[in-house]
Design a protein around this ligand. Structure first.
Ligand code: BES
Ligand code: ZN
Ligand code: ZN
Length: 487
């Protein structure tokens, strides 16, 4: 979509569809107030009214969208309003959209532009790769949007460009996650990452099964050994380690399908397990954004990828695995596979001597029980880093909630016959024993674990900029976090 910011007002701007975003407090301009029954539009959050001015305004159609109370205005309400607007445009087959703000929002102009762009781009996202029966409305593309502003045009336009770049990263992540396991093996994921690196300023390294063996990635190999699709370790590097420039490692769980392995999942729980590589999708999507934004950072994306399948060659409950770190792991349940591949991925991250390791994974059903689907669970070994991630979440709208990572949870995963075991053996505290397991493999490097099992994939969209399936969660959060290092 072509996005521009322009000085002007909605009242004399012609167009197919004009949209006025209005808070509860801001009175409507007289020309518009005259077109609607006053009681029909209060500006309360999510309210929409479509008006046909019939020549009373330059625009053919006018859509009013409520933003709620001015004091509570966040970039999230603007993002949602923009998505609502673009969906309405699609429904009306209006190829161009003009958006105006009623009153001056108490939000930085850059944030307004960013939120509008994200809402517009994500609001039109659909996964149609396998659809052959699309209606004309579904095929319709909104090609252009203009944001009318009273001031700060350059800042708003910079925000539009930033938001669009971020949204493209989110879209890339959603596409990866929505792709079924049959079409996205670890090898294919590695090819996509390599192609991304070739297109942008990134360096890709891929370890195939033979190389993983030579180098002792026992965790990735064990989880992958039951599948006909061989595992991979994918590393994407952006920038370089140098004085005064932080090194950040992003590690993402890349299980392209999680059947549970020999500890097979019940049929109903297996549906949607193509999304078990959502962490890796967030990492790859963010690497794309980081490269496109040319951020002055050293960022390393690390994706341990495998397919977790039951077969005669599959790893078993009771097996003991030697991970890349040299630590041995007793397998109690082959369905707790994410932490096993991540053990290798996290240990590998240490070689970059990073200032921070941020890891994302659809790790546990327990986090969904604890927090539901509206917030990502966070565990950390470093409170300063955790606070930084929490703050980034509040700014970008992808919120996180911290959970404890205490010694007691490490106690729960002690093993008699190996150094550690891959579950606590009980359901209680399942998200926390998983976090403790991961923290065993990061050394003393500041570490944040983000359990996105509840936030990565939705059966029902929660917001107008979401669709059924992948949310692309993590890309906005990681980008905001990385940008915070540069400000
Ligand atoms: N990929 C699942 C976690 C998951 C569950 C993600 C629901 C998204 C939605 C993970 O590999 C898993 O199966 N975890 C087990 C761990 C248990 C065996 C200790 C779980 O949460 O049940
Ligand atoms: Zn599993
Ligand atoms: Zn899994």
């Amino acid at each position: 979509m072509e996005l521009t910011a322009k000085l002007g007002t909605l009242l004399n701007e012609p167009g197919m569809l004009s949209v006025l975003l209005s808070t509860e407090e801001a009175p409507l301009p007289a020309e518009i107030a005259g077109l609607i029954e006053a009681s029909d539009f209060s500006g309360k959050a999510k309210q929409t009214r479509l008006i046909y001015p019939h020549g009373a305004l330059a625009a053919k159609r006018l859509l009013l969208i409520g933003l709620g109370k001015a004091a509570q205005l966040s970039s999230e309400s603007v993002r949602q309003a923009a998505a609502t607007a673009v969906r309405q445009a699609q429904e009306l087959r209006a190829g161009a959209l003009t958006i105006g703000m009623n009153g001056t929002p108490a939000l930085a102009p850059l944030l307004v532009g960013q939120a509008i762009a994200e809402g517009l781009e994500l609001g039109t996202y659909r996964y149609y790769r396998y659809r052959t029966n699309l209606t004309e409305e579904q095929r319709f593309v909104v090609e252009q949007a203009t944001l009318l502003v009273g001031a700060d045009r350059d800042q708003v336009e910079a925000g539009l460009a930033l938001g669009q770049t971020i949204a493209r990263g989110v879209v890339a992540a959603r596409d990866l996650v929505n792709t079924p396991g049959s079409a996205l093996s670890p090898a294919i994921l590695a090819e996509i990452a390599t192609a991304l690196a070739a297109r942008l300023n990134l360096r890709a390294t891929v370890f195939d099964q033979a190389q993983l063996r030579e180098q002792g990635f026992g965790g990735i190999l064990a989880v992958g050994q039951g599948s006909a699709n061989e595992p991979r370790l994918i590393v994407l590097e952006y920038g370089e380690a140098k004085e005064g420039q932080p090194t950040i490692c992003l590690v993402g769980k890349g299980i392209t399908f999680d059947s549970g392995g020999l500890s097979l999942k019940p049929a109903d729980s297996m549906v949607s397990m193509k999304s078990d590589m959502s962490g890796s999708a967030a990492v790859l999507g963010t690497m794309q954004v980081v490269a496109e934004l040319n951020l002055p950072l050293h960022v390393v994306g690390i994706v341990p990828s495998a397919e977790n399948m039951p077969s005669g060659t599959a790893y078993r409950p009771d097996d003991v695995i030697t991970t890349l770190s040299g630590k041995s792991v007793e397998v109690l349940n082959t369905d707790a596979e994410g932490r096993i591949v991540l053990a290798d991925g996290l240990y590998y991250a240490q070689r970059y001597q990073p200032d921070a390791i941020i890891e994302l994974s659809t790790l546990t059903g327990a986090i969904v029980v604890a927090l539901g689907t509206h917030v990502t669970g966070m565990m950390s070994t470093n409170q300063e880093l955790a606070d930084q991630v929490k703050h980034a979440g509040e700014i970008c709208g992808e919120r996180v909630w911290q959970m404890p990572l205490w010694e007691e949870y490490h106690e729960m995963i002690k093993s008699e016959i190996a150094d550690i075991r891959n579950t606590g053996g009980v359901r209680a505290g399942g998200a926390l024993t998983a976090g403790a397991f991961l923290a065993t493999f990061v050394g003393d490097y500041p570490f944040v674990h983000l359990d996105i099992a509840g936030t990565a994939f939705v059966e029902k969209p929660r917001k107008p900029y979401e669709t059924v399936g992948s949310t692309g969660v993590g890309v906005r959060l990681l980008t905001e976090l990385l940008r915070s290092y540069t400000q």
